[in-house]
Design a protein around this ligand. Sequence first.
Ligand SMILES: C[S@@+](CC[C@H](N)C(=O)[O-])C[C@H]1O[C@@H](n2cnc3c(N)ncnc32)[C@H](O)[C@@H]1O
Length: 223
Amino acid sequence: MTRSDFTTPEEVNEVYRRRARFYDWSVNAYYLIGFRWWAYRRRAIAALGLQPGATIVEIGCGTGLNFRLLRESIGPSGRLIGVDLSTDILEQARQRIAANGWSNIELVHARGAEYDFPSSVDAVFSTFALSLEPRFDEVIAKAAMALMAGGRFVLLDLRMPDNWLHNLAPVLVWLVRPFAVSLEVAKRQPWKSLQRYFPQYSYQEGYLGLVYIAIGQMNRLTR
Ligand SMILES: C[S@@+](CC[C@H](N)C(=O)[O-])C[C@H]1O[C@@H](n2cnc3c(N)ncnc32)[C@H](O)[C@@H]1O
């Protein structure tokens, strides 16, 4: 495996160390080629079904692009924990939190697979990040153990489509190489773990199967 394959957390960390300051700008640049990420972020956040006061963990939170919308859903009494591998990315997130005066967001420097979820988590969220963790299956298994009855794990990510676009794999991967996606990363299928560990599961796709939202939910308690 060569270094440019970006498959290990160390390689991913190095990519984000270099990109941290320009991350928000580069995400928005994809609008120029028609990817309207915000519509998917909003849809994924709505799928979390958050209530005011909820505790939510975001794995691979990046610079905190989701924080404002998540915070609007959980309100000032809720708790948001952002977990990320990269200290440089987390510094950008810290600046966003400070600039907005948000007091109920904690940042944790950890690799997803090494993170121990607190007890009583209402929701787990991850956008464009979990496929970068080779041990994504462990993350999902641990999240399922930590979630309360009725709790949800919502995953928004890119995937290699099953259709004719598959033939364009090298081009598709090249488009997202700035975010440490490699052919090897594109083969990962975290939504299948979600399906395995959660008793309730739903899945939707967009952009010809390039992007998906997968939702796992724990059963509610019955009286
Ligand atoms: C494409 S960015 C997405 C950031 C944010 N979720 C968003 O939607 O803007 C991927 C993020 O995942 C983080 N990341 C990658 N691998 C990780 C891992 N194994 N554990 C925790 N974070 C990871 C990176 O540092 C980066 O901030």
